[in-house]
Design a protein around this ligand. Structure first.
Ligand code: CTP
Length: 400
């Protein structure tokens, strides 16, 4: 995900410095080449050796250290960085950056950076609320510095409140976003994902094998690309994606209501959910008791959410999915036409490497003009970005 990216990770002196170790691990695992700069105070909390071992790069602590080798350390790092992250960023570091003070390796390199700087503050709740700190943060924001807000919690100083460093996983998500071109700014995406559950009685339901992975990958990718994303999800085992508005639902009926309530504000709808086509006519109030050797469950059709959306589409872009086990393209073509969608993503869920639960997918993209694209096997992340590329292209066609 971050192959070929050079990230400078600045660590300043707060108790949360140990969490920067975990952030470094996430960055290197994703393929980034990370160069760590530590302030003098940071070294009181964690040793440079830890960061050096995990980054496999020398850790920079001294402004003058590289000059002897003919390489002006802070300038060369600043020039090469795709992104400069400071986590944790203390009130002191933020104050210095806001006032243009460059008196150590970290502040000097940060000031010399022309690329994006992402700051993850961590400090005492009263320091965080201090008007001078807030003015400094505001000033840096105005100059294009990005922030990952701290969270509420028990602080090391004994106080409780806002000031705790955001989790390394979320800072990592913000790093991915900062490194992704924002080509979907202004789009309001509604994504549905996962299966639905149609209750039979208080202990049983009808459902399907959808894991939600495809829809969640689309929601995450769209958020990184700058869209405002709402994810309406049936029950899944996946973590809630950061940065998106999450609307959990259970049944197809609940998904229908949620989608219809939200769609008015959305410019794109991507229906990756595997919605149950039928539900029991009656949901028993008590657990159904075992009786004869056979039993019949009477089902009634659920409303087709996508079909309803297709009826009053306007300029909204509609992306549908088709989960098939046979005659992929002819079934998909029928769905594209009948549901009036702009793009239909079809996959044969029985094919190895495609469909539910796995990390990859083999999709065919069908367009209204009859074109079909078959990109072959891709990660769900890559399929998500491909779909979003095509959504962006359809939007340009519409506008141009
Ligand atoms: N869909 C929907 N509401 C339903 C059923 C399906 O919005 N009640 C949407 C799905 O989210 C998907 C598309 O319609 O984007 C196609 O779903 P799929 O299950 O492949 O097809 P169905 O239309 O249900 O037809 P069939 O089950 O006969 O293949």
């Amino acid at each position: 995900m971050l192959n070929g990216k050079i990230i400078v990770l600045g660590v300043s002196g707060g108790i949360a410095a140990y969490k920067a170790v975990e952030l470094l691990r996430l960055l290197t695992k994703a393929g980034a080449d990370v160069h760590v700069i530590m302030t003098r105070a940071a070294q009181e909390f964690v040793t440079p050796l830890t960061f050096q071992t995990l980054s496999r790069n020398p850790v920079h602590t001294d402004l003058f250290e590289l000059m002897a080798q003919g390489d002006i350390g802070h300038i060369s790092l600043a020039d090469r960085a795709d992104l400069f992250v400071i986590a944790p960023a203390t009130a002191n570091i933020i104050g210095k950056l806001a006032c243009g003070i460059a008196d150590d390796m970290l502040t000097t390199t940060a000031m010399a950076t022309r690329g994006t700087v992402l700051l993850a503050p961590a400090m005492n709740v009263n320091m965080y609320g201090n008007a001078i700190y807030q003015e400094n943060e505001e000033r840096l924001r105005r100059h294009g510095y990005l922030f990952v807000n701290p969270v509420k919690g028990d602080l090391a100083c004994g106080w409780e409140g806002e000031g705790k460093l955001q989790t390394p996983e979320i800072i990592f998500q913000e790093v991915l976003k900062a490194l992704t071109p924002s080509d979907l700014v202004g789009e309001r995406l509604l994504v549905t994902a996962g299966p639905t559950r149609e209750e039979i009685d208080p202990v049983r339901y009808l459902s399907n094998h959808s894991s939600g992975k495809m829809g969640y990958a689309i929601a995450r990718a769209a958020w990184r690309r700058g869209a405002q994303v709402t994810l309406v999800s049936g029950p899944t085992a996946l973590p809630m994606p950061w940065g998106v508005t999450f609307v959990p639902v259970e049944s197809a009926g609940e998904m229908y209501d949620a989608v219809m309530a939200l769609v008015g504000e959305c410019s794109v709808v991507i229906k990756a959910a595997a919605v149950a086509d039928y539900r029991p006519v009656v949901r028993a109030g008590e657990k159904l008791k075992k009786r004869g050797d056979a039993m019949t469950l009477e089902l009634v059709k659920n409303r087709d959410i996508l079909r309803e959306l297709g009826k009053e589409k306007g300029s909204r872009l509609l992306v549908g999915f088709a989960a098939e086990t046979t005659e992929l393209l002819s079934n998909a073509r029928k769905k594209l036409a009948e549901k009036n969608v702009d793009l239909l993503v079809a996959n044969d869920v029985t094919e190895a490497g495609a469909g539910f639960s796995v990390e990859t997918n083999i999709v065919h993209l069908l367009y209204r003009d009859g074109r079909v694209e078959a990109p072959g096997i891709l990660s769900k992340e890559a399929v998500a970005n491909l779909i979003l590329n095509r959504v962006a292209a359809l939007r340009s066609e519409q506008e141009g």
